[in-house]
Design a protein around this ligand. Structure first.
Ligand code: GTP
Ligand code: MG
Length: 201
């Protein structure tokens, strides 16, 4: 898919403030600092349309972008950031979860996972929660540029094994890097195919 235009629409604190759900929507979710905002910039070919930071907890609202005047892309706050208070963490989690449960035009969720870490309980539990609420998702491993190629494949395989303990069939899995655009075209193809599928229905 060619990216012809990308516009930031608005930041919302809850679902009622989100733009009218008149376009197909894709959202990026994952632990704080996993690289959601960076991957959105990479995918849309814009350096700073989504704000990034080396410090976790940068994205604090539900951020809507519109791509090619055709579909919405959403940058969500991260979950599991240890350095904020329990109360604040719970607030982010409930913001994310109510958005995911209620947003009618959400076609697919991209769950980002840092490939450098062994499977984390928090992420595994989140996939369980998505499954039990029937929220369609794909897995996107991030920061692939940070590890050697042979280690990368082993880490992906290890993660797949962990997921197979819980899932009969695995969701689509992408390996990406916002720094060298690995996986960018595959994710855009996935979105384009989903858009076409939904249009033909
Ligand atoms: P929150 O909004 O705080 O939840 O974080 P986020 O998931 O949006 O992460 P963000 O995109 O802000 O990136 C966090 C840090 O990781 C930044 O320092 C990025 O430069 C770095 N980063 C993101 N993606 C990559 C990547 O693919 N490769 C490398 N090497 N660094 C990355
Ligand atoms: Mg962010």
């Amino acid at each position: 898919m060619q990216i012809k235009s990308v516009d930031f629409l608005k930041s919302s604190a809850n679902i009622n403030q989100c733009p009218e759900p008149k376009h197909t929507e894709y959202a990026f979710v994952g632990r704080s600092n996993v690289g959601k905002s960076s991957l959105i910039n990479c995918i849309t070919n814009r350096k700073k349309i989504a704000l990034t930071s080396g410090n976790p907890g940068k994205t604090r609202l539900i951020n809507h972008f519109i791509v090619n005047n055709e579909w919405y892309l959403v940058d969500l706050p991260g979950y599991g950031y240890a350095k904020v208070s329990k109360k604040e963490r719970a607030k982010f989690e409930s913001m994310i979860k109510s958005y995911l449960l209620e947003r009618k035009n959400l076609a697919c969720l991209f769950l980002l996972i840092d490939i450098r870490h062994a499977p984390l309980q928090l992420d595994i539990e989140f996939t369980e929660w998505l499954g039990s609420n029937m929220i369609p998702f794909v897995i996107v491993f991030t920061k692939a540029d940070k590890i050697a190629k042979d280690v990368l494949q082993k880490s992906v395989d290890k993660y797949k094994d962990k997921l197979k303990e819980q899932w009969e069939s695995l969701p689509p899995i992408y390996v990406t890097s916002a720094h060298n655009s690995l996986g960018r075209d595959e994710i855009l193809d996935y979105i384009e195919n989903t858009n076409n599928l939904l249009k033909s229905n």
